[in-house]
Design a protein around this ligand. Structure first.
Ligand code: SF4
Ligand code: SF4
Length: 81
């Protein structure tokens, strides 16, 4: 979901690492074992997971520094965009 003020998140190794700190702790990530599929992080830049029919639980994106920095909204980038 894009809104005015939202800026693109760049796909860099640094951003992937920032993402992992948040996404890997979240219930949706753990429940669906998202580390086993590509993309395994930085869903807001790289698109949704390739897990078939992932179950959507809580999302921790609003706690991520990239979410704030890029004025992202909604979250759950691993399952819908
Ligand atoms: S906003 Fe969410 S998907 Fe994007 S880098 Fe942060 S934790 Fe990862
Ligand atoms: S995008 Fe949101 S719901 Fe998906 S793994 Fe990251 S924090 Fe969890």
């Amino acid at each position: 979901m894009m809104k005015t003020g939202t800026t693109m998140v760049e796909d860099t190794e640094e951003n992937r690492q920032i993402c992992r700190n948040t996404c890997r702790a979240c219930p949706t990530y753990k429940h669906n074992s998202l580390e086993r599929y590509q993309p395994d992080a930085l869903f807001c830049a790289r698109g949704t997971t390739s897990v078939p029919s992932p179950k959507e639980l809580n999302c921790y994106c609003p706690a991520c520094e990239l979410y704030t920095k890029h004025s992202l909204v909604i979250g759950h980038f691993c399952v819908r965009q």
